[in-house]
Design a protein around this ligand. Sequence first.
Ligand SMILES: C[C@@H](NC(=O)[C@@H](C)NC(=O)CCCC[C@H](NC(=O)C[NH3+])C(=O)[O-])C(=O)O
Length: 351
Amino acid sequence: GGPAAPDLEGVTLALRNTTAAGAPGAMVRLTGPAGAATRTVGVQDRATGAAMDPNSRFRIGSVTKTFSGVVLLQLADEGRIGLDRPVNHYLPGLLPDDRITVRHLLTHRSGLADYTNAMFDRTVPGFEAVRNKVFGYHELVNLSLREPRTSEPGAAYAYSNTNFVVVGMLIEKATGHPVAEEYERRIIKPLKLKNTSYVHPRTEIKGPHAHGYLYPDEAGAPPVDSTEQTVSWAQSAGAMISNAADLNTFVSALLGGRLLPARTLDAMLAMTPTDATHTRFYGLGLRRYDLSCGTSVYGHTGTVQGFYTYAFATRDGGRTLAAMANTSNRGQANTALGGTLEAAFCGKQPA
Ligand SMILES: C[C@@H](NC(=O)[C@@H](C)NC(=O)CCCC[C@H](NC(=O)C[NH3+])C(=O)[O-])C(=O)O
C-alpha cells in the first residue's frame, strides 16, 4: 500500500538522535497531500546560538548530482547528447578508454577513480588545503587518472565524484554555457527555486544560512566551522546551495514528471543495486531506497564539509522529505538523520 502518514514524533526523535550524535543542529521539511511540515532541533550557528531555522540555506553536496543528471538527460532528450556514445566522442582524448560512455558516468559504472578519497584522506588538513582553491575540470579529472581505475567500463558500480565532474564538462561542451546558466535556465527558474544557487567559485553562502561544522579525525576534537569554501573540488558533483523547501519542490517536480518526459524519467530510474541487502540502488544521477514498509523513495544524499543532506520523494512526487544536519565526518549523525526517512514515509509502526 501507499506510504503511511508521517510520524512527526518519530521525525523529531531522529533529529534528536542526530544532535546527540554531534550535529549542532538538524532540520526536516516534509510535503504531502496535507501540505508541509517542518521540525528543527539545535542551532545553526554555534557562535551566536541562533536556533536552526527551517528556511536557512545550506550546501547540498551530492544532491547537486541529480541537478546535473537532469540537465544532461534533457540534453539527451533534445538529441544533443547520446547516452550510449563514448564520452571521448564529445570530449576527444579526455579519458584513456573510448569504451566509457555517458551512461557509465551517470550510473557510476565508468571505473574512474574518485580523487576525493586521497584529497580528504586527512579530513581537516585536506579541507583546509582546498577550501579556497579554484580547480579546473581537467585538473580534477587528471587527479582521478593518476589512480588505477576501479573496474572495466560498465563492469561494476563504484561511486565516484569524477563521473559528475565529467558530466559538468559534457553539459558545458554541448551547450557552450557554464553549468550555472543551464541549472538556472532548466531547473531553478522554471521551478522558482528562490533559495537555490550555483555560485562556484564564491565562498560565501548568500542570505540566511546555517553554519556547517566539520569534525576532525582526532577523537574528541571539537568541530571546525567549514561554512565558507569554494567547493571547487566538487563543482557539478557537489557545489549547489539550496534550502529544504526548494529541495522538496525539486524532487517533487522531478518525480512528478515536470522536468523530464516519462520515458526519460523511467530511464533515469533504471537501477543498479549498491548494497548486499538490495535495499539501496543507484539509477542515473539519483538513488532509490526501499524502506521497511514497502515504500520506495527516490532522490539523493549529500555530504560536504559541515553538511549532511537527504532529499527524497515517492515515485509520483506526491510526498517528499528534505533533511539536513549541519555537521559532517560524523557517520553516526548521518545515519541518525537518515532515520527521518522511515518516520516520514513509513509513519507510526503498527503498535
Ligand atoms: C557520499 C555523498 N557524496 C557527496 O555528497 C560528495 C559531494 N561528497 C564526498 O564525496 C565527500 C567528500 C569528503 C567529505 C568529508 N569527509 C572526509 O574528509 C573523510 N576523511 C566530510 O565528511 O565532510 C553522497 O553521494 O551522498
